[in-house]
Design a binder for this molecule. Structure first.
Ligand code: SF4
Length: 228
């Protein structure tokens, strides 16, 4: 039986960073134990996004996984959309739910869905294989790294693109590489008002460059500590 992951799809996001694209929000219960930002520095852990996320988690907004997947299937071909402005992939917080993920990957075919995951893909082979297959099938799952050394380890797996939290002091135009020499591109929406995911789309691409996000928000101190 399919587990019910409460999820809400906003068809036209008002988030200036994403731009007006479809954006989903999934119940907090999907956030994996492996994420060091869980209850501790997550950018979605405060403000209006947190209030909305809480409503989804309390099942006051959104609906079932099946209803969400049906909405994705109906999006126009080549629609760029972001899965999870908050929340993570369907799963039990340790292992990704294969059935639920495959439903989403199938519904996304022909569209440009992208997301990020903190599920452990280094030690958990099931997660690694599922993420690899989803990326091959056109649903882009970025592997979220906690720091530059972690980013190198995730990159070496070669199962998907990598994103990393950077110290808040990083400037947008800084040229950065990881200890292993992997190139980092700072997300342009974090330092330019005229760029959003809608115009950029980098995170939806299978790519070599690692996308970096300088820690921000009121929880910057805790996020900074994790990125260090
Ligand atoms: S790099 Fe581009 S696609 Fe990724 S979050 Fe930033 S603006 Fe959006």
């Amino acid at each position: 039986m399919l587990h019910n992951y409460q999820v809400a799809l906003t068809l036209k996001s008002r988030n200036t960073k994403t731009g007006p694209i479809p954006v989903s929000t999934t119940t907090y219960s999907t956030c994996p134990d492996a994420c060091p930002l869980r209850k501790n520095g997550c950018y979605a852990g405060n403000g209006p996004l947190f209030l909305f996320w809480q409503k989804v988690t309390d099942q006051n907004v959104g609906g079932s996984w099946q209803a969400f997947v049906d909405q994705i299937a109906k999006l126009k071909a080549k629609t760029l959309w972001r899965h999870n402005q908050a929340g993570d992939l369907p799963g039990n917080r340790v292992t990704i739910d294969k059935k639920a993920l495959l439903m989403l990957v199938k519904a996304n075919m022909g569209k440009l869905g992208f997301t990020y995951t903190h599920y452990d893909v280094i030690n958990n082979k099931t997660n690694r294989n599922l993420v690899n297959q989803a990326n091959k099938d056109g649903f882009t799952i970025n592997l979220s790294a906690n720091n530059l050394a972690h980013a190198d380890k995730l990159k070496a797996l070669n199962v998907g693109p990598v994103a990393v939290v950077l110290p808040s002091s990083v400037q947008g135009n800084q040229k950065l590489t990881t200890p292993n020499g992997n190139k980092i591109v700072v997300c342009p929406a974090t330092y330019r008002d005229d760029v959003s995911c809608k115009s950029c789309g980098l995170c939806a691409m299978q790519r070599d460059a690692i996308v970096g996000f300088p820690a921000h928000g009121v929880q910057v101190k805790r996020a900074d500590k994790i990125a260090a």
